[in-house]
Design a binder for this molecule. Sequence first.
Ligand code: 6PG
Length: 476
Amino acid sequence: SLAQIGVTGLAVMGRNLARNFARNGFTVAVHNRSPQKMTSLIEEHGDEGDFIGCESLEDFVAALERPRKVVIMVQAGKATDAVIDSLVPLLDQGDIIVDAGNAHFPDTRRREAALKEKGLHFVGSGVSGGEEGALLGPSIMPGGPAESYETLGPILEKISAKVDGVPCCTHVGPDGAGHFVKMVHNGIEYADMQLIGEAYQLLRDGLDLSPSEIGDIFADWNKGDLESFLIEITAEVLKQVDSRTGKPLVDVIVDQAGQKGTGRWTVQSALDLGVPVTGIAEATFARAISSQLAQREAARDVLSASTSEWHIHNREGFIEDVRLALYASKVVAYAQGFDQIQAASEEYGWNVDRGAMARIWRGGCIIRARFLNRITEAYERDGELASLLVDPYFANEVSAGVGAWRRVVSMAALTGVPTPAFSSSLAYYDALRSDRLPAALIQGQRDFFGAHTYKRVDAEGTFHTLWSGDRSEVEA
Ligand code: 6PG
């Protein structure tokens, strides 16, 4: 019999996705450029379900029922284009290619448009949850033509994570919408991780705690509003003891954070769209700073500290302050990410349902968290919500923590602990709630040196002051 779905590209993610399909009762055709990966998959896991191993791409395509559904899971970029190019001549009208890798959404838009001309459906799909998610149930963010979702959707929903019985998979929107949303997911992931890192550093420096004691605090936080995969694994990482030295593992890991690019893409896109994603940007730059060895080396002994000593009288109070600051900053990062999704949705005509995105992020993905339920509810209350921060629930939650947030950020500044994400998130919060911003002065400066004009608070029209003349105002 024929396969309902095929997977080509059997490195760890592709392999686990293929197994997930098979374990869920689908017959899966599997193919890899070098066939050993295909044969070893079947040798090791053939008993998990119905696999059809295919040595050639021709055999692979021939093994699929129509409309054919081919999932490609290869390196983003050239490798993806190469696989698409070799598949296209073998496929027929109405067949569906799913790119489940972390492609950059402009590439997905380009590929979708090119394949549409050939009568093929191209679905750029975000898949989150790492290796384990791919096997046991990821969060899946498929874009591409809505029509393709009719046949593809049920299969993807079946293998996705479920929360309260609801699949963590939905049609995100046309062309690049799926990969865009996955990209923002990763940007939020960067922000979440950085915020957790800042909280850890504050607890460590402020209370002189060991990593494992801080791990206990995170484990405790994981029972409340902050409950999430990233908080949970943070506790585990912090408690891990290095087998070679007996030290906390975190103390023997080189403090330079890597990145494969999705965070950077999120920030680049945000700049293009004019959306301030300051939390994500600071998180991305914090990774960059950590890897700027020459600058760090040169600065270490040169830049003076002039810091204050820590004086914490109320230990539990400080821990709670850090928790509240983390929560508030996290809400800001999500608010900004959802703004970016909305802006792109308008720019590209995607019509993305933000509440549905929060719903499919509740399980399976790296940023899965209890509080995503609250985000879904916020968008259900008001689909046009101007900012997540102004939703009554979140406005209330963040307001309750704002005093703590200010204490933590000011203490970090005084004691010299870098908290770029905590601090910039608070600055964003204050900017949003300000009656007047110094942007008025910036407009004055722009008008002064470039006659860039300004608007008045008390009159219609556009104005310019004759700065180098008699400084009277003219209508521009
Ligand atoms: C996921 C992850 C996954 C990933 C990224 C992040 O959702 O499963 O986001 O896509 O781990 O590759 O990578 P970097 O931190 O290396 O940029």
